[in-house]
Structure formats: structure tokens, C-alpha cells
Ligand binder design. Structure first.
Ligand SMILES: NC(=O)c1ccc[n+]([C@@H]2O[C@H](COP(=O)([O-])OP(=O)(O)OC[C@H]3O[C@@H](n4cnc5c(N)ncnc54)[C@H](O)[C@@H]3O)[C@@H](O)[C@H]2O)c1
Length: 313
């Protein structure tokens, strides 16, 4: 099969995991990223394994560069992950809009110009507002979007962009909205704290996660596989899905970390992030047929073990 997968943001956490799984699945991959810092990829793939991937250093905000990567590498599948996360958008809103919004338009334009008919891309739970806006229970995928961060506003714009490219150009898309991703390589962004606590535990150190409350946790490896699947299933529309899963107290994550590494003390703060406690993932299950969900205790233990093994090398 002459399939070539483009992973934008391949040097990031989810991007590195996507490249890892594409490699394991024997699929040809092109990584497009502004950064050439391979520290996350190095956690997952040996240099020899990385040699099978094509790396293109480029800027998502540059329309021509994005178009060129599609055309030169005959891209057939797209996993669009590159973005600036909440703290970076907060620090520089115009740049956040350029990367997250204009960058996404550039991806759709490149798809349109090179005949790609479907793509998968990342949105976020940050499209929703704080819990008090909603009733009890899991939030359905079509609940009111009411972002309280510019990052969330940009993600809403991207979801709307996807709608327009479906209606005007019949380019379909599957948009996934992760909540808190954890796992190796999750070292930046508002919700990277639980992973930082896991890494501290792997070093035998105590840690305080600087927020509390209840949220949904997704193992980075699972999310990456879900994106690969989403890029392969033409969706006949522009569909945005929550990943779902059990809402879990951050304090419970701290307890699971301590259970995996007895002797360390992991605590949480009282601050609650401005996102709902949990979003219903049943629409994704019905659409995708398969939802990857490593049990939380297992994902936490695997992350701590892998981090400890890495630091022992
Ligand atoms: N990690 C989470 O918990 C989470 C939750 C919800 C949504 N998401 C979304 O999932 C996607 C991936 O998240 P992540 O955790 O892997 O992010 P990350 O911050 O680890 O990686 C983002 C990557 O994008 C690249 N990038 C930034 N600006 C660029 C530009 N102008 N051109 C090309 N590349 C550029 C960065 O160099 C980086 O490698 C993002 O769209 C993010 O908003 C993540």
C-alpha cells in the first residue's frame, strides 16, 4: 500500500507516540515540526528505528511549507497534532492564534490542494467551560462549547474550520478532544502535572500536583493509537469526539502513584481547572468501533517503570 502518514507536531508528546505506533505498525511516516529536539522520540524509539521516519523541519504557520510537505511526500493520511498549549497561548496570544488557528487552516488548504479527502486532528476538552455551566453527569459531545481560555477558543475555531471544509470541499475530518493525557513525553502544558508526579516518583522524590478536582485521564499511547485509527476511518462529515473514560479524582491518581512507588509522597492542591469533570465518549465508541483504554493503574505503573528504567540507563 502506498500510504504515507503525516504527523504534525511529531516531536511533541502525542506526536512521538503516534510515530512510535506507526513505526510498530509498519507504516510510513513523515514528521513535520518546528522543533528538531528529539528528546521525547528518544524515549520511545532507538536511533535506528527513527531512521525509518522522514523528518521535515517546518513551520505550520507557513502556508507554502505545509503545502510542500503534503506534495513532496505524497501524503495520504494526516494526524494533525502540532499546537501551542494553554500556557504558551496565554503568554503569546497572537502567536497562539497563528499556530493553532492559521496553522490548522494551512493543513486543510494543503489537503484540498493535494487531494487528501480526510484528516484526523486534535481538539481539546478546553472547548467546554467550567463545570458549573453544565448539569450533573457526563457531558455529551454536543454540549455547549464555552471556552474559558484562548487556547480553547482556538480549538473551537478549528472545529468550525473542519465543518466548513466538509461543507464546502467535502474534506471529512475526525476531531478528538483529549482531556488530561499522561505518559512518557508529557512534559509541558497545563495538565502535565500528573505525569511530572509520576516522573518524580520514578526518581524516588515527593511531588505536589498543583491542582485537584475530578477529570478524565488518557494514556498517551492509547490516544496516539486512537488518532492513527481516526486518520484511517473516513468519517463522512466533520465529527468531534470526546475520548470518554471514567472521571477520576486527581487525589486518586496521587494514590495510584504512591501505590506503584511506596515510600514517595504525592499530594494535590485544591485548585480546580475550568473544565467539566467528565465528557461522554460513547459517540466515539459507536463511530470508531474501538476505543483504546489502558486501565489507569496500569498506565501509571507502566509510565513510572519506563521512566525509572530510562534514568537507570
Ligand atoms: N497533552 C494533552 O493533555 C492534550 C489534551 C488536549 C488536547 N491536546 C492537543 O493534542 C495535540 C498534541 O498535544 P501534545 O501534548 O503532544 O503537545 P506538545 O506541546 O507536546 O507538542 C506540540 C508540538 O507542536 C510543535 N509545534 C509548535 N508550534 C509549531 C509550528 N509553528 N509548526 C510546527 N510545529 C509546531 C512543537 O514543537 C511540539 O513538538 C495538541 O494539539 C494539543 O492541543 C493535548
Amino acid at each position: 500500500m502506498n500510504h504515507t502518514y503525516l504527523v504534525t507536531g511529531g516531536m511533541g508528546c502525542l506526536g512521538a507516540w503516534a510515530l512510535y505506533h506507526l513505526h510498530r505498525q509498519g507504516k510510513r511516516a513523515v514528521c513535520f515540526d518546528l522543533s528538531d529536539d528529539r528528546h521525547r522520540l528518544d524515549l520511545l524509539l532507538t536511533p535506528v528505528e527513527q531512521a525509518a521516519i522522514t523528518f521535515v523541519r517546518g513551520d505550520l504557520t507557513d502556508t507554502q511549507q505545509v503545502r510542500d510537505v503534503f506534495a513532496r511526500h505524497a501524503i495520504t493520511h494526516v494526524i494533525h497534532l502540532a499546537a501551542l498549549q494553554v500556557p504558551f497561548c496565554r503568554a503569546n496570544p497572537p502567536l497562539g492564534a497563528q499556530v493553532n488557528v492559521t496553522g490548522t487552516v494551512n493543513i486543510f488548504e494543503a489537503a484540498r490542494n493535494t487531494g487528501v479527502r480526510h484528516l484526523a486532528m486534535a481538539s481539546s476538552v478546553a472547548v467546554y467551560g467550567p463545570p458549573e455551566l453544565y448539569g450533573a453527569g457526563l457531558l455529551p459531545a454536543d454540549a455547549l462549547v464555552a471556552p474559558r481560555t484562548l487556547y480553547g477558543v482556538y480549538k473551537v475555531a478549528n472545529e468550525m474550520t473542519a465543518q466548513v471544509y466538509w461543507h464546502e470541499y467535502a474534506i471529512s475530518s475526525t476531531v478528538l478532544r483529549p482531556y488530561t493525557v499522561y505518559g512518557l513525553g508529557r512534559d509541558q502544558g497545563l495538565t502535565s502535572e500528573p505525569t511530572k508526579a509520576m516522573l518524580a516518583a520514578a526518581r524516588g522524590e515527593d511531588y505536589t500536583i498543583n491542582f485537584g478536582g475530578v477529570m478524565q485521564f488518557h494514556f498517551a499511547s492509547d490516544v496516539a493509537r486512537q488518532f492513527i485509527l481516526a486518520s484511517e476511518q473516513s468519517s463522512g462529515g466533520a465529527h468531534a469526539f470526546n475520548l470518554g473514560g471514567e472521571p477520576v479524582a486527581v487525589a486518586e491518581v496521587a494514590r495510584l502513584i504512591m501505590a506503584a512507588r511506596p515510600g514517595v509522597r504525592i499530594s494535590t492542591a485544591n485548585t480546580v481547572l475550568p473544565f467539566p469533570a467528565g465528557c461522554d465518549g460513547s459517540a466515539l465508541r459507536a463511530h470508531a468501533g474501538e476505543v483504546y483504554e489502558t486501565p489507569l493503574a496500569e498506565g501509571i505503573a507502566a509510565t513510572i517503570e519506563a521512566a525509572a528504567a530510562w534514568s537507570d540507563r
